[in-house]
Design a protein around this ligand. Structure first.
Ligand code: CLR
Length: 425
C-alpha cells in the first residue's frame, strides 16, 4: 500500500503520532478547547516524547509532512458548488418531486469534492489551516451556456471556546434563482484507530422555480464522518450514519451512508429514500417510500435499485472556484492571510510556516484582548447571527427526525444592498 513509499523514519514518527492520538482520548472529551488545539497538542506531546530519539527539528519535519494542509477551512464551502450546472438546474424542475430529485442529485454530487479532494490532490486527508475570526473567502463560477454566474461568500464567524468555531457561507446563482446559506463547525473525538467528526450547523437552499411556482426552501443536514486509515498513515474519510434533505413542499429524503462491508460491500456507499409527509400524494404519502437512489458517492448512483437507470455519475468533470489573484485580495482574505504559512508548508520550509502561524495567532490573541478591554466585540462583515433560524425551525419540524434539534442558530447573509449601505455609512 501507500505506506511502502514512506521513508522508514517517517513511519516511526507516524506510529508514535497515532499512539499519542490514542493517549489523548480521555483528555479530549473533557477539554473545552477546539479540536484544532487538541491536535496540535498531540503533536507537541509527540515532539517531547520523541525528543530523545530524534533531533527535534527532524521530527517536526516528519509530522508536518504527513498531516498539514496549506488550505484553510474557509475554502471548503466552495465544494458545495463544483458542479455549478447541477446547482443552477434545480429551478428548472417541472414538478415539486422533480425539483427535490434535482436537489438530491446536486447534493450527492458535492460529496466527492467535499470528502475526497485532499486525497486526490495531496495523497491523503490532511489537517486544514484553522481559520481566524473574520477570515474571508470569495469566489465565483462563470456564466457558461447561459446558466448564470455563481457567487460564493465565506466568513469565519466564530473562533473561540466555549463556542465551536463556525464557518458561514452564502452561494448564489441569481439568474437561476438558486441560493444556499449555511454554517458549519466540527467536534472531533479519537477512538484509538479513527477520528469521529460530528458536524454542527445546517444549510438552507432557496429555490425560485422557473415555472413560476412559489419559492421553495430545503433544509440540508450534515453527515457525520470518520477519518479512517490513520494507522496506515493514509487517512481518508468515510461518511457514517445519515443526513437528510427536507423540502418546504413536504418531500423528505433520508440518506444513509455505509462503508465497506455493509449493504453494497463497497466503500463510500449511500442509499437515499424519498418520501412525502402529506396524505394527498398517492402511495408516496404518509411516509411511504416514493423512490430510492443508491450507489457510491464517489462513483455511479442509480434510481430504484442497483440495476436501475443512472441517477448520477459523480465522475463528471468538476469546476474549481475562481479566486482573485492574491495581490488583489483584501488582507482578511484567506489565501492572502495564510500566504506565507501555505508557502512554507508547500515548499517544506516548516520553520517559516511555524513562525508565520505563530505571528498570526499572537496577533489574534492581541485583538481579542483589545476588544475585551474596549468593550467592542468583533463585527461580522457579511452575516448577522440569529439565535433561532425560523426556516430551520419550520423545516426541521417537518423532518420528524429525533436527531435534529428543534432550534438552531444561523448566520444570515446580509446581501449586497445592506453591505453597500454599511460601507457608505
Ligand atoms: C469541513 C466542512 C466541509 C466538509 C469537511 C471535509 C473534511 C473535514 C472538514 C469538513 C473538517 C475538518 C476535518 C476535515 C477532514 C480532516 C479534518 C475533519 C467537515 C480534521 C480536523 C483533521 C484530522 C487530521 C488527520 C487527517 C491527521 O463542508
Amino acid at each position: 500500500g501507500k505506506c511502502a513509499d514512506v521513508p522508514q523514519e517517517q513511519k516511526a514518527g507516524w506510529a508514535s503520532f497515532v499512539k499519542s492520538l490514542a493517549q489523548m482520548t480521555g483528555d479530549l472529551s473533557s477539554m473545552t478547547a477546539p479540536p484544532w488545539d487538541a491536535l496540535s497538542l498531540s503533536i507537541s506531546a509527540l515532539r517531547l516524547a520523541e525528543a530523545e530519539r530524534f533531533r527535534v527539528e527532524d521530527h517536526a519535519v516528519t509530522i508536518h509532512l504527513v498531516i498539514l494542509s496549506p488550505v484553510s477551512l474557509t475554502e471548503f464551502p466552495a465544494y458545495w458548488c463544483e458542479h455549478p450546472e447541477l446547482f443552477a438546474s434545480i429551478s428548472e424542475g417541472q414538478t415539486e418531486q422533480e425539483r427535490v430529485e434535482r436537489v438530491l442529485r446536486w447534493f450527492i454530487g458535492t460529496l466527492k469534492a467535499q470528502y475526497t479532494t485532499r486525497n486526490e490532490k495531496m495523497g491523503s486527508e490532511k489537517k486544514p489551516l484553522n481559520p481566524v475570526l473574520g477570515e474571508l473567502f470569495y469566489g465565483t463560477w462563470p456564466d457558461v451556456n447561459g446558466r448564470g454566474e455563481t457567487v460564493l461568500v465565506v466568513e469565519q464567524v466564530s473562533h473561540h471556546p466555549p463556542i465551536t468555531p463556525q464557518t458561514a457561507y452564502h452561494i448564489e446563482n441569481k439568474k437561476a434563482g438558486v441560493s444556499l446559506q449555511g454554517h458549519s463547525g466540527q467536534k472531533t473525538s479519537f477512538t484509538g484507530t479513527a477520528i469521529n467528526v460530528k458536524q454542527s450547523g445546517h444549510a438552507i437552499l432557496t429555490v425560485q422555480p422557473k415555472n413560476g411556482s412559489a419559492v421553495e426552501t430545503y433544509l440540508i443536514t450534515l453527515p457525520k464522518l470518520r477519518i479512517e486509515g490513520i494507522i496506515w498513515g493514509s487517512p481518508y474519510i468515510e461518511l457514517v450514519e445519515m443526513s437528510a434533505i427536507q423540502s418546504s413542499t413536504g418531500y423528505t429524503v433520508q440518506i444513509d451512508y455505509k462503508g465497506k462491508g455493509y449493504f453494497s460491500g463497497k466503500a463510500h456507499s449511500f442509499k437515499a429514500v424519498l418520501t412525502h409527509n402529506g396524505n394527498g400524494n398517492g402511495n408516496g404519502g404518509n411516509g411511504h417510500p416514493l423512490q430510492t437512489y443508491e450507489g457510491q458517492w464517489t462513483g455511479v448512483a442509480t434510481v430504484g435499485g442497483p440495476k436501475g437507470p443512472v441517477f448520477l455519475d459523480t465522475n463528471i468533470a468538476k469546476e474549481e472556484v475562481i479566486v482573485k489573484p492574491i495581490e488583489e485580495q483584501d488582507e482578511w482574505e484567506s489565501r492572502r492571510l495564510w500566504e506565507k504559512v501555505a508557502k512554507g508548508i508547500r515548499t517544506g520550509d516548516y520553520d517559516t510556516a511555524g513562525k508565520e502561524k505563530s505571528r498570526i495567532e499572537n496577533e489574534q490573541r492581541q485583538r481579542r484582548k483589545d476588544e475585551a478591554s474596549s468593550g467592542n466585540g468583533w463585527a461580522h462583515r457579511h452575516f448577522t447571527h440569529v439565535d433561532s433560524d425560523p426556516e430551520y425551525q419550520q423545516l426541521s419540524a417537518m423532518l420528524h427526525d429525533k436527531l435534529t434539534p428543534a432550534h438552531e442558530d444561523a448566520y444570515v447573509y446580509k446581501g449586497e444592498q445592506q453591505q453597500a449601505q454599511a460601507q457608505a455609512e
